[in-house]
Design a protein around this ligand. Sequence first.
Ligand code: ATP
Ligand code: MG
Length: 429
Amino acid sequence: MTGQIQPIRGMNDVLPAESVVWQHLESTVRELLVGYGYEEIRVPVVEHTDLFKRAIGEYTDVVEKEMYTFTDQGGDNLTLRPEITAGIARAMISNGLLRGARHKLWSIGPVFRHEKPQKGRYRQFYQVDVEAVGFTGPDVDAELIAIWARLWRRLGITRVKLQINSLGTPDSRRVYREKLVEYFSAHRDRLDDDSRRRLGGNPLRILDSKNPDVQALVADAPLLTDYLDPESQAHFAALRAALDAMGIQYTVNPRLVRGLDYYSRTVFEWITDALGAQDAVCSGGRYDGLITQLGGDATPAIGFAMGIERVVELLQQLPSQPQSLAADVYVVLNGEQAVGAGGRIVESLRDALPHRRFEMNLGGGNFKAQFRRADRSRAALALIIGENELARGVVALKPLRLEAGQSECPMTELPGRIEAALRGTDLQE
Ligand code: ATP
Ligand code: MG
C-alpha cells in the first residue's frame, strides 16, 4: 500500500508554534492549583465501558452516540474516556482512598467524543479536570469557582462569564420530573426523536437539547428552581453569598442543566461570547451521588472540566502572545577539530550553567550559514570555537543582539564570562 496516511477527522496535531500557548496555559493552571493545595492524579485513558454508562447515564449524548467503544483482544468491552471525572471516581474507589478522607485533585489529558467536528468541537480534545472529593460544600463550591476566576485574571482573559444554578437533590427532582413529563407530553409533536426517547427515560435531558425547535419549547417549560428542597435552597443561597463576598460576578441561569446525569445541587458554567457557537469553556458541578452509584462509600464531591482548545483559542485572540524561549548561547564551530572539542566544551558549560540554554550548531555549514542559524535561534550570544583559538586555549564570544565586537576568552574563565555577558543583555532588555 502506498499513499499518504491521513489524520483522523476531528483529532488535531498541536504544532510547536501553538504548543507555546498550551504550555503557558498548562503551567499557569498547575501553579494556580498548587497554590490552592490541589494534587495531581493521572488515570488511564481507557476504562471499562460500564464505568461511563453507569457514571454518565444512558440518556446522554455522550453515552448514546459519542463514545469510542471497542472490544479488545481479550474480549473486554472498553471505551476511550469521554471525560475524566468517572475515571477519578473509579480510582478513588479502586485504591481505597475514600473512607471519610478528603481529596483535592486535578488532572489533565485527552478525552474522546465522536461528535461532528467543527471549530471548537473536536473528537479528541484536552480537558483540565479539577475535583474536590469528600467535601459537602458550599464553601468548596465557591472555592472551585474562585480558582478559575483567578485563572482568567492571570491569563488576561476577560470575555468569560459565570452562570450558576442548583439542580437540587434527586428527591426534589422527582416532583419536578413529573411536571416536566406533563409539559413535554402536552407538546409531544414539537419534540425531536432524541427528546421523545428522553421523555420516557430522563426528561431532564431534554432541557439540554441543542436543537433550536426543542430549545424554543424548553424556554417555557417549568423551572427546576421552583421545586428545590429547603436544604438545596440554603446551599445555593450560601454559595451565592460566598461568591458575593469574594466579588465574583455571576448570573443565575435557571435553565442551566449539565449534559451529564450525575450532578446534584450546584452546577456552573463559564461561557464566552468570543468563540461563536461553542460558548462553554468550563463546566462542572456537584455530584454527591456518583461515587455510591459506582459502588463506593457515599462521598460528596464537586468538580469541573475546562476544554483546553477553546481556552487556547481565547488566548490566541489576546494582543500579546507567549513566545517560545530563545536560546541563550549559540555555539558556532570552525574547523574539524572544533567539532569534537565543541561537544566537550558545551557539555561542561551545561554542567556549570544548568539554567542557561545552549544550542549547538548541528550539521556543519560555513560560518555564514552558522550565524544565520544563530540569528534564528534568537540567542543573545554566539560562542565561537575555532581550531586556531583552541590551540591557544581560548574561544571567542560575540554578542548577537548588542552593538559590540567579538572578544576572546580563556577557557577557564568561560562560565563566568558567559554568565556576565548574558546578565548584561538581560538588563538591556
Ligand atoms: P458543549 O455544550 O460545548 O457540548 P459539554 O457540556 O459537552 O460542552 P462537558 O462535557 O462539560 O462539555 O466538558 C467540559 C468542557 O470541555 C466544555 O466546557 C468545553 O469547553 C469542552 N468541550 C466539550 N466538548 C468538546 C469538544 N467536542 N471539543 C472541544 N472541547 C469540548
Ligand atoms: Mg457536548
